[in-house]
Design a protein around this ligand. Sequence first.
Ligand code: C2O
Ligand code: CU
Ligand code: CU
Length: 508
Amino acid sequence: MSSVSRPRWLRRLLLIVGAFATVLLLSVGGCVTWVYHSAVVSTVGSTDFSNELAIPPLAQSRIREDGTRVFELDMRSGRREFRPGQATETWGFNGDYLGPTLRARRGERVEVEVRNKLSEPSTVHWHGMHLPAAMDGGPHQMVQAGGIWTPQWTVDQPAATLWYHPHPHGATEQHVRRGLAGMFLLDDEVSEGLSLPKNYGVDDLPVIVQDVKFRGNQLDSSHGIFRDIGFLGDRTMVNGTLTPYRNVGDELVRLRLLNASTARVYTFGFADDRRFSLVATDGGLLERPVALDRVRLSPGERAEIVVRVRPGERTVLRSTKLDAGLDFWAQRFAGGDDSFDILELRAAPTLRPSPEMPVALAHPSTPDGSDSVTERNFELQLSGINGKPMAMDRIDFTVTKGTAETWTVHNSDGMPHNFHIHDVQFRVLELDGAPPPDALTGPKDTIFLPPNARAKIALRFDGPADPNSPYMYHCHLLWHEDQGMMGQFAVVEPGQSAGTPAHNQSHH
Ligand code: C2O
Ligand code: CU
Ligand code: CU
């Protein structure tokens, strides 16, 4: 039947419906366009670097008669004026926001008295540390509100920039966002013998980078539309300082970069594209310094870089757009189009001469895959790793103490993820079928995997065995981890099978 035969009222109705549909489509389209355009943020060129960079204090410790170095960490709530006159509610270790830098030497026995003075349970995990699973501070080592937990272990790994943060299953993003994070530096004979800048807070600076957003005086933690990556802030802080600058008095400055953000990936470099030397990654020193002009860090990753400054100059550490082959949608909504002025270094008019950079740094400490006894595959999806969301009472597999394995990790999801493993440092054997880029040749505990990326890594499990206490592997985009993008493995003696995860509840 033709429209000519439709009664006039029907034609009129169709016309009105059509008009409505058009308006609706245009406004939905308009909204999406608006959301797309407003999803990009940049602080490049508009940052005034008005605040002196805070340096987290080195944690005090005492040595017990048996030689154990004992630290104390109190988790508590507080208030911090990130902006003058505007107090923000925060959480911190031994203070209002972030925590002191713990420092220990290879071979030392350490103990940390962790007191939870918050009003809810939490944990403290030693990210990057090789230690018994029951001391790891993962979701099975909850510290009740008002409780105390005193893990002990012997430091037995190369010098490195590690860190600590809470790990309560389902709430890690919020606990870290509120300010619970700090650095844990390890030294050894090798690091002490090298002519690298090593005067903490002077020519060796901790650089804990976090993105934040304020709503009124308070930290905003809402995710925003299309942010399936998790929380993204609209500005950055270093060591809890907004728009920071730091005066430096040495020709060479070492920056220990830690991405302590919950979801954001940074591509660090300098505003004038100057080159710097990458000397260490997550688990410690590279074999030799690598000259780069950019280094990319996804949440949880670290890089130690050494940069040369000229007398009297100012130079800006900047994070530029992400170049990881993301499609235009993921690129925008995962923060890939964002850029930030992170930290300004202000060099004194006359600088103390620094010794030449060493040519060789450390011998590799991670396995090369040739003695791997097992191969495993991991498929990363927001809905779970290998199709299964995290379950506290399910140990996904066991590894045999003293053996090496080769793992292939594939991101088969449409969004960026990364992959972090507790207890071990690994070597990247291949990235997308090719030898890894220079920046990924050092010891790693976390690796960035944009959509479709595939990494082959080798790792060794030195123990001790404990079938009842699992270690975690997970995406370190913390909201993804909270959603269940995590699994558990236990280190066992040959032939032993996994037990039941023990919940080491803290005592009061
Ligand atoms: Cu930095 Cu399982 O975490
Ligand atoms: Cu960890
Ligand atoms: Cu993820």
